[in-house]
Design a protein around this ligand. Structure first.
Ligand code: FEO
Ligand code: CA
Ligand code: CA
Length: 648
């Protein structure tokens, strides 16, 4: 995300209670967790997760393969004081850049080289890494921890960097290139054999290499497929959409597919002079369009094509192993400014997916499938995400909470209240959640599920609008208005992630104990951080926290970083700084190889300055990874020089 928080949306004017209202009322000494959870939960979760792809490698039921190693950490934490190199990892570790914006993805016979003056065409960009890498997942090939596919999002573009003449004008060719720089990459990666520490590189050519862009045809499935609100002149059936964009965080399903999440889609459309009530609920306002795509791609002009707006804001399922497979927008998971989609199995083998909506005072969602996951990969689970129940979270003041079902015909979600059917409920997920009394949150970003005990975490990155006139404020128990530094929240669901009741608590309030600003201090033990965003609990249960901070409160934290902790430590987590990113970058996309010996991370928008839409000739805030070349977002593979387990 751009670090200018004033760009963030703030459109929830419902009367629902806010997170701070509730935190204020909670006496930590009275907090109680659901009883009987952990032992049954371990037995209930670990066995089914043996089906899972990517980082969720598990073994025999009831015995976790990492139990001998545990969640221990042994690396030397990094200091943020004094001069630092562009990218810093602890002694004994190496971070290798493997995939930069503009690098060819590896489609056989079609691998255009990156041109340092940004003169690659739109057609070339569609065969190269997109801009601004974000969420990512690793899919092993033949079960390997050293050979697999990386699927990753390209969240947004800096048009100043994307074109030789910057963003001063918009032409059809530049819009086409901008659309081609969004979307998703799927690259084949492998580590050199015979080395102690895996030395990773992208495999080129690869028959599995693929780019998905803002123009790629995709299918619509679930309750909104074919809905009247999705029908357009170009697609009268309302079942085929061109493209995905604003893809922020992501997830991997237990059956081995990639879930990419459409986040800030609303800023890509030209709104009418007077947006209607529905458009206003999504923050549309005159002059709010970040891009000028509509000047050359008419479908982005809502004055002429209002329903095109409803065709974005979904979670999209992609089969990474089939470059010809059409991506599918899974509308049963709701329409939102989707940040991510962390999944695990319920006690009876269904899938539960946790999703934050990163906007001020918006909500957190959970989807639980109707049917159990079947062995056999995507072929056996092709419609699994089309049937199930979508919930929105309500956090109650006593430390418990409810997942409220977003089901047409239940409670206020009726025709009389403007919801014709379940399709309209998911298209207007925000409005439906308003009516249910869901809790307004502080920009929920990534969610992650502890594979050992089933506890679920969400990063609430910050909310600089809290306390502003007419908006929810702070209080004695949660005294940060504005919420400059963010925090991490934790849920427990007893023995089953499908449970509609949960317990919750504050895991950590981010901040810097040395900050001269009381609002920026928090309760971090160990290394300070602010604005948590990316989040990963790795296969052995270590928590990895990425930051995307800046601005007031972050003065002692001049660069974004990656930190690690054992989330179960008695007395609270001790946070250790593991990586410091290049100037101006956000650290994101953490994913661990299944053997925990490689950590892949994305370094997004290095060199971004306050004038993020910089033009050529302007000095960028650090030209990383190559000196003298315009900065490029990139994937790095981090390994331990002795080939050991990351973080241990
Ligand atoms: Fe794209 Fe919410 O960060
Ligand atoms: Ca994010
Ligand atoms: Ca962010």
């Amino acid at each position: 995300m751009p670090k200018d928080h004033t760009l963030m949306e703030d459109s929830n004017r419902s009367g629902n209670p806010s997170w701070a209202d509730l935190a204020a009322q909670i006496d930590p000494t009275r907090r109680r967790w659901l009883q009987g959870g952990l032992a049954c939960l371990a037995a209930g979760l670990i066995a089914p997760l043996a089906l899972a792809a990517g980082s969720r490698e598990t073994g025999a039921a009831g015995r976790h393969p990492w139990s001998a190693v545990g969640r221990r950490l042994g690396f030397t934490p990094l200091s943020m004081a004094g001069p630092m190199p562009a990218l810093l990892v602890p002694p004994g570790y190496t971070a290798r850049v493997i995939y930069r914006w503009g690098d060819p993805v590896g489609v056989p016979g079609r691998m255009p080289a990156f041109k340092a003056d940004a003169s690659n065409s739109a057609a070339e960009q569609a065969l190269q890494a997109g801009m601004h890498h974000d969420g990512m997942a690793y899919f092993p090939l033949a079960g390997s921890a050293r050979h697999g596919l990386l699927a990753m999002n390209h969240e947004y573009t800096d048009e100043g960097l994307l074109h030789p003449d910057g963003r001063s004008t918009w032409t059809a060719a530049k819009v086409a290139k901008s659309m081609a720089a969004h979307g998703v990459s799927i690259v084949e990666v492998a580590a050199a054999t015979g080395r102690q520490a895996p030395a990773w590189a992208v495999v080129r050519p690869s028959r599995l290499a693929r780019r998905i862009t803002a123009s790629t045809p995709m299918q619509v499935a679930g309750p909104a497929a074919g809905h009247r609100l999705l029908r357009t002149a170009a697609d009268p059936a309302g079942t085929r959409v061109l493209g995905t964009f604003g893809n922020c965080a992501s997830g991997a399903t237990p059956w081995g597919t990639y879930l990419t999440c459409e986040e800030n889609f609303q800023f890509y459309f030209e709104p009418p002079e007077q947006p209607d009530a529905d458009q206003q609920r999504w923050g549309l306002k005159k002059g709010g369009n970040w891009m000028r795509w509509h000047e050359h791609e008419e479908r982005f002009d809502l004055r002429r094509h209002p329903n095109e707006f409803h065709r974005f804001g979904w979670v999209v399922e992609i089969d990474p192993a089939d470059p010809d497979a059409m991506p599918v927008k899974r509308t049963a998971l709701g329409r939102a400014v989707h940040e991510g989609a962390a999944s695990a199995l319920t006690r009876d083998g269904r899938v539960a997916i946790f999703m934050g909506e990163d906007a001020r005072f918006e909500y957190i969602y959970k989807f639980v499938s109707r049917d159990a996951v079947r062995p056999g990969g995507l072929a056996a689970n092709r419609e699994l995400l089309d049937h199930g129940t979508l919930y929105v979270a309500r956090f109650d003041a006593d430390g418990t909470g409810r997942w409220l079902p977003l089901v047409h015909g239940q409670g206020p979600l009726t025709v009389a209240n403007g919801f014709a059917d379940q399709g309209e409920v998911v298209i207007k997920t925000r409005q439906a959640s308003d009516l249910l009394g869901a809790t307004k949150m502080d920009r929920p970003e990534w969610t992650s599920i502890d594979p050992l005990n089933g506890e679920v975490y969400v990063t609430l990155t910050n909310n600089s609008a809290r306390g502003q006139a007419g908006l929810p404020g702070a209080d004695a128990a949660h005294p940060r208005a504005p919420n400059l530094m963010g925090h991490i929240l934790r849920w427990r669901h007893g023995a089953d992630l499908a449970a509609e009741r949960f317990d919750w608590d504050l895991f950590v309030l981010a901040g810097d104990a040395q900050s001269p600003q009381p609002l920026a201090r928090g309760n971090v033990q160990g290394d300070a951080f602010g604005s948590p965003d990316g989040l990963l609990i790795d296969p052995r249960g270590v928590m990895w926290i990425c930051t995307d901070g800046g601005g007031p409160g972050h003065e002692q934290l001049p660069r974004n970083q990656l930190l690690a902790c054992d989330p179960t430590l008695e007395g609270g987590p001790r946070i250790r700084r593991f990586l410091i990113g290049p100037n101006g970058c956000e650290v994101t996309g953490p994913v661990m190889a299944p053997d925990c010996r490689t950590l892949f991370v994305n370094l997004q928008h290095p060199g971004e300055t306050d004038d993020e839409h910089s033009l050529p000739g302007v000095t960028f805030g650090g030209a990383w990874p190559e000196p003298g070349v315009r900065p490029r977002s990139a994937t790095v593979a981090i390994t331990k020089d002795d080939g050991g387990i990351i973080g241990l």
